[in-house]
Write a protein that binds this ligand. Structure first.
Ligand code: PMP
Length: 454
């Protein structure tokens, strides 16, 4: 781990800051996309010496690319400890493509089951595709601790919703870890609850895959996950492949959602026959070879180090960051402080005093070279609820539809960790935020209008 954590592309890049100082960038925005792992990117780059279309089949390059592409599928399955009941399908770009695909597939498979249960803590990608393609989406709230701070999904309310919608429930769509609070959900327990009423469980592992071990089947068939989706750009991989790992039966017995070249055995002007086997029949068109091969190499490296070790290492740094950040005056961290560190990943979201989140984010970058993300992290319902500007059902006031000016745009600042981060990075962020808390007027004067406002 120590040998590999320094070998990320762009880790040593420097930028000239607003005060003229040339500084190494400090990358604390891994929840958006993490930096690319140089050894894995190199494997993919070497493979490109043979670059050819997998569909050409018979020349050396095409054969090598086809074999490497097939191997990438197997590596993904191995990474999630999925046996031959499962298939891995490369879907396009990121988890968004995967979740749109699975929503369409499951809606068509069981049209009488037009309800999806999800949670208020989801990324828009694990909410809007279900609304668009399946039908009614029920948003289950999160737990509140005695301080009123948000935790994981409220399991009692989830059970109530599952029971209430048992007959029409198609699937439960749940994130393995929140991209806003970093809090982890018990996905296998949720699978058991969904399966008890004949529903599937779809797990969004975009945020957790590079940070926590996850096995589709924990050794209990009732708790085995039906679908898991991954995003390469959040697993240190270029080319941003999205992969959907699913029980094969979900994709058999009905025509693929996407049709075209490479998935048919026969076509004339009136008929066509789709290939019988997976994943080929679900991967029409020329694949994202760079992304798939690089993802395979990355996952092998992660496995080689061991996901338990990686998770343990991140917990230490997350605890260090939480301890230090919570000492900064008037810095409010969202999400429960009472959870065990094992119940969260290295995603910490906060606001500082009454400073706009855009200003804090711009100042961290411009004056300190620290890259973080702000706004709503594509999870508007959750962020509004955490900020107290949505009702218990997650509905925003109508005024937000057209009168919320960008200046008033609700939001937060997010620090998120990757394998390359160290206590030095956290110390730098703490020092910077302490300075912002100490001299807010200095930073306010530097920014007019507030960054992010039009
Ligand atoms: N789900 C979660 C939890 C995420 O954090 C993200 C990315 N921010 C997505 C889904 C969407 O992933 P992608 O951008 O790869 O489609």
């Amino acid at each position: 781990l120590e040998a590999l954590r320094t070998r990320f592309l762009g880790l040593h890049t420097t930028y000239r800051l607003a005060n003229g100082r040339q500084a190494r960038r400090i990358y604390l925005d891994s929840a958006a996309s993490n930096l690319l792992w140089e050894p894995a990117a190199r494997v993919a780059y070497q493979a490109l010496q043979h670059y050819a279309n997998t569909h050409s089949q018979l020349h050396f390059g095409a054969r090598i690319m086809t074999a490497l592409y097939a191997e990438a599928h197997q590596v993904v399955l191995d990474f999630l400890q999925a046996d031959n009941r499962y298939t891995a399908i490369f879907c396009g770009y990121g988890v968004t493509a995967c979740l749109n695909r699975i929503a369409r597939v499951l809606a068509r498979r069981r049209p009488d089951r037009d309800v999806v249960i999800t949670t208020i803590m989801e990324h828009h990608a694990n909410d809007l595709p279900h609304r668009k393609h399946v039908g009614r989406v029920v948003h289950v709230p999160v737990e509140k601790d005695p301080d009123g701070e948000a935790g994981k999904v409220d399991m009692a309310r989830l059970q109530e919703a599952i029971t209430r919608h048992a007959d029409r429930l198609n699937y439960v769509a749940i994130t393995a870890a929140s991209n806003v609070t970093g809090i982890v959900n018990p996905v296998h327990e949720i699978a058991r609850m969904a399966h008890a009423v004949g529903a599937y469980v779809v797990v969004d592992a975009a945020q957790s895959a590079a940070h926590l071990p996850l096995a589709v089947d924990p050794g209990d068939p009732e708790a085995a996950l039906d679908v898991v989706v991954l995003s390469g750009h959040k697993i240190y991989t270029p080319g941003s492949p999205g992969v959907l790992v699913a029980r094969k039966e979900l994709f058999l017995g009905q025509e693929p959602e996407e049709v075209g070249g490479g998935i048919v055995s026969f076509v004339d002007t009136t008929r066509y026959e789709i290939l019988p086997h997976l994943p080929e029949r679900e991967e029409a068109g020329t694949p994202n070879l760079l992304g798939a091969i690089a993802l395979g190499a990355t996952l092998r490296l992660l496995q080689h180090i061991g996901m338990d070790l990686i998770a343990e290492d991140e917990r230490r740094l997350t605890q260090y960051a939480l301890d230090r950040l919570s000492r900064i005056p008037r810095l409010h961290i969202y999400g429960s402080h009472r959870l065990e560190i094992a119940e969260r990943i290295g995603v910490i979201t906060f606001n500082l005093y009454d400073l706009p989140h855009g200003l804090v984010t711009a100042a961290l970058n411009d004056y300190f070279g620290i890259a973080v993300r702000n706004e709503c992290f594509c999870a508007q319902p959750f962020v509004r609820q955490l900020l107290g500007i949505a009702d218990a059902e997650g509905r925003a006031p109508d005024s937000c539809l057209d009168t919320c000016t960008p200046r008033e745009q609700p939001g937060m600042v997010r620090i998120s960790l990757g394998l390359y981060n160290t206590t030095d990075d956290i110390d730098a962020a703490v020092e910077a935020l302490t300075d912002l808390a100490r001299r807010p007027d200095f930073y306010r004067q530097q920014y007019e209008p507030v960054p992010g406002s039009r």
